[in-house]
Design a protein around this ligand. Sequence first.
Ligand SMILES: Nc1nc2c(ncn2[C@@H]2O[C@H](COP(=O)(O)OP(=O)(O)OP(=O)(O)O)[C@@H](O)[C@H]2O)c(=O)[nH]1
Ligand SMILES: [Zn+2]
Length: 489
Amino acid sequence: MDSTIIAPKPSTDTLLSNILAALISIQEDQTKLRSQVEEYQRATSTEDTVEDKIAAASSATSTHLSQSQQYSDRIILTTYPGQMGIKPIPLHWGVTDPLTRGPVVVSRHPSSIKRRNAIGAYGGSYCVYRALSIAIGALPANHIPDYGLTAPPVSFPPQPSWTGKAIVSMDPWGHMVPQLWGKEIQEEKMDLRPSIAITKAHMTIPEIEGAVQAGRLKVDGNVVLNAQGELKVTKAAIEPVWYLPGVAERFGITEGVLRRALFEDTGGMYPELITRPDLKVFLPPIGGATVYIFGDPSTIPDTTVPLTSRVHDECNGSDVFGSDICTCRPYLIYGIEECVRQAQEGGNGVIVYFRKEGRALGEVTKYLVYNARKRQEGGDTADNYFLRTENVAGVKDARFQALMPDILSWLGIKKIDRFMSMSNMKYEAIADANIEVVERCPIPDELIPADSRVEIDAKIAAGYFTSGQVPTEKGLADVKGRGWDDIQH
Ligand SMILES: Nc1nc2c(ncn2[C@@H]2O[C@H](COP(=O)(O)OP(=O)(O)OP(=O)(O)O)[C@@H](O)[C@H]2O)c(=O)[nH]1
Ligand SMILES: [Zn+2]
């Protein structure tokens, strides 16, 4: 680990008085509070630890949760290696045998807290809702999930890529946690949770029903089940689990720089990023991904079975609500149709859907950029497409695809015959992961919505793949999107 990391010193009276001031501000009964604080001051006039003082301060202001929530009396702000008898379960990232690798333990449940070997919380971004459920008393803090009947209905066996550093942003054993560590869960009552879940489903999409009715897709009873275009799918939901040294290496930075930025720029949310250099795994509170598989998952690693794939980043406005300003839904649906066709022809189709809204800049940034694009002098032109995003966000894209291929590697993919994307960033990341891409398939012109030519031409000029012409600078300035009131009747 980078030696520039400086662990903050706990315990100062300034810290204590700041906390007291904050707690006082939320207390309605000021008189009662004052007497409680005085009592606390009397009680803590001897040499107490900062944890004692904070515990006393918080009990004086009733921030303790009810008994049923079973938190300890002391608020543990952070931990230090070797402190208070903590003994992390060994976690050897990337070793072949899962039992030697060890489970990812991140729960603060009493049976698990001293054995944590990771930073953060289970559940991706949903850990915050879990906390809220506990705060309002809807969920006991000590709840241990019942994993009866939840095992994957389809086997996803280990692949050679599960060993080593091909996977650093998810736990390749994440779907087998209850099976691999059943003894710890059942006998030792440890709170170990899966970070991957696999299931089977049927799905319908209006455009696919249209494709069946137009005769582009046939009903085969196995992939396309009926004339309504119902599809049979196997799917896996995946939450992020980051092996910090591996993530840092992917981006060519030190682990220390990564830890410091994650600490500082999330509001100091995870002090253990700084105080626990011995913990190498972090479960970030961000969105995960879902894999949709058409065909037979067991043949995905077989390079003689053709594979079509699209890796898609979430765009709620287009994917769900049909906005015409970008190509997201049409490209996604085109990708699904081609995946289904490939599966019907004896191959497989894999869609990976990442929750990285608005190029991982979020919808608020995205809409601010839309406003600026529509209001700029000369209209919404392709030459200013990326500049407008950079003006607002400081960066034109925060998806940084370097971690994306982990999911493909987890599936055992070594070759993609048809890659349904024009993105040079996705393509280069996949190539860096030693996955061969045979053919890159751009979105057909007739599927580009009214307002999206601006986006496509700007992207092609910036390096996105095209089988057609690359626009010139002058050409870009001439490609204009719709104004807000520019309605076609
Ligand atoms: N910030 C921002 N995000 C956008 C905009 N248009 C689309 N997105 C987001 O970009 C992601 C999709 O990227 P696209 O630009 O459609 O394409 P791509 O994924 O880079 O490349 P393809 O695979 O060729 O589609 C999604 O996360 C969208 O929400 C935009 O104007 N501004
Ligand atoms: Zn979009």
